[in-house]
Write a protein that binds this ligand. Sequence first.
Ligand SMILES: [Zn+2]
Length: 80
Amino acid sequence: MMSKNTNEKAKLKKPNCPQCKINRFRVQNEKGDSVVVTVNKNFEVEPIHPEESLEGFDLTIVYCLGCSWKGSLKSLSTNH
Ligand SMILES: [Zn+2]
C-alpha cells in the first residue's frame, strides 16, 4: 500500500464561501471600487478577468458574490 500522505496535496480543494460554497468573491479598494475574483488552492486571490489589476485592492477581506458573507481568506472553507 502506498502512503496516504502522497495524495494529500492532490486533494486540495479551492477555498469556497463557508455559507453558500461558491468560489466567486469581490475585493474592494479605498475608493469603494470592486473587482470580481476567485481564490485558488494556495489561497491566492486572482481576478476573474486576467487583464484586471488588483493593485490597490485590499486582498485580506473578500466579499462573497452569492450571499452576504465577508471575511478573511483564512476563514474560507475547504471542507466541501
Ligand atoms: Zn456565500
